[in-house]
Design a protein around this ligand. Structure first.
Ligand SMILES: [Zn+2]
Length: 403
């Protein structure tokens, strides 16, 4: 005989169980969502070495029955990959890459749930095995370069590397692949005019994609360069006053160059030598000449001044992107071209600009303006500057030698 109070509880319980089982059966027959796969410990196109710990994580609406793992098409026996019976789990396993050849391999993971539909999902990723030691060397054990010139350092490696930079004095410079597939990396290091001649060191550090690191050193012999002295350079005071009316401070130009340097492309936009941006009638001031003026005192003229007929055409000396086109107090109408990897050319005192805009990609020889004497200039000439990582170096070296 049922207790009058217990009967509804029992009835409720039976209803609950029936409902629960009913739902379970319903979901067994109708579940259609694909199981979820998340691989950790290995990435698409990622580099691996030695023993790699991988895990399959999954979070599903229905219990998982089975996981199959294939490496380059061969089945891999993974403990706990059968009769899983859980919705949420983490299945770890190891891949020993030591017996695999260096290069691309494929990992395939298939996952099947235990519903009536046996919903199946799979993921395939390619990864790269690299078990070889890292080898690297400077192409030259010593670089000889004069004050105010550019060191073109090269390092050869036995594989692509993730990171390669060099320390010269206080600064670090990045190496860039010489071509898309070569394992030769190159770096452009400016030597300031004011650096004392003598022996220095280039200290390079590199790291491959699996974490092997090494360091290298090469000597640099900085040779004395005889910077000539310039006599008599005076700009009319009245002209300077007029320039102030129409120009911006050169501090703005310098700040803009510093800012654009951060955005310089990671590859050379040029190939071959740089060309003179104007036919040379005469060079009036060579690179590094010691100049004395009432406004600036003693300083080195870290550019070249080239004379030609007033208003003759000025060309882009190499391919690159225009980053600055404006008028400044000292440099007058100024164009700056970014040639990639932190190499900029600067063209000053232009009479006017050609039909070019900031952002334009120029080819070597595109017209950028006409020869003028705007800014701090005492006659028609082109002040042409080349900067490597914002240090002015002799542009004639870039005309004579292929960088
Ligand atoms: Zn000049």
């Amino acid at each position: 005989m049922f207790d009058r109070l217990k009967f509804p509880v029992f009835f409720g319980f039976v209803l609950f169980i029936t409902g629960f089982l009913g739902l379970k059966v319903f979901s067994y027959f109708t579940h259609s969502e694909l199981p979820d796969i998340m691989l950790t410990g290995i990435k698409k196109d990622g580099y691996v070495a030695g023993e790699v710990s991988v895990a399959i994580n999954s979070n599903n609406g229905y219990k998982i029955d089975l996981i199959s793992v294939f490496l380059d098409g061969d089945h891999v026996d993974v403990d706990g990959s059968r009769n899983i019976g859980k919705k949420v789990f983490n299945l770890p396993f190891k891949i020993d890459t030591v017996d695999l050849s260096d290069g691309k391999h494929t990992l395939n993971v298939a996952i099947i749930d235990s519903s009536r539909n046996k919903n199946r999902n799979e993921e395939t990723i390619e990864f790269i095995v690299d078990n070889s030691d890292l080898k690297a060397a400077f192409l030259n054990q010593e670089y000889k370069v004069a004050q105010g010139h550019t060191i073109h350092a090269k390092v050869q490696t036995n594989k692509r590397v993730e990171k390669l930079d060099v320390q010269f004095l206080e600064k670090k410079y990045k190496f860039y692949p010489e071509s898309e597939y070569a394992n030769i990396y190159e770096c452009f290091i400016p030597v300031d005019c004011d650096l004392n001649a003598g022996e220095y060191l280039l200290n390079a550090r590199l790291k491959d994609f699996v974490g092997n690191e090494m360091s290298l050193a090469s000597r640099v012999d900085i040779q004395e360069y005889n910077f000539p002295r310039q006599k008599g350079f005076i700009v009319d005071r009245e002209k300077l006053e007029e320039e102030k009316e129409v120009s911006m401070s050169n501090k703005i130009l310098e700040d803009a160059i510093e800012k654009w340097l951060q955005d310089s492309p990671n590859k050379k936009l040029w190939s071959g030598r740089f060309e003179m941006p104007i036919d040379v009638k005469r060079v009036t001031t060579y690179f590094g000449e010691v100049r004395t003026t009432p406004e600036k005192g003693h300083y080195l003229h870290k550019a070249v001044d080239i004379l030609n007929s007033p208003k003759s055409v000025v060309w882009a000396s190499q391919a690159g992107r225009i980053i600055i086109k404006d008028r400044f107090l000292l440099t007058g109408n100024t164009i700056v071209i970014d040639h990639g990897v932190g190499v900029f050319t600067i063209y000053c005192h232009l009479e006017d600009f050609a039909d070019v805009e900031i952002g334009d990609m120029l080819k070597k020889g595109n017209k950028i303006g006409r020869l003028g004497m705007t800014g701090y200039a005492n006659g028609y000439h082109l002040h042409w500057e080349l900067r490597v990582n914002n240090v002015a170096v002799n542009p004639f070296q870039w005309v004579q030698k292929t960088f």
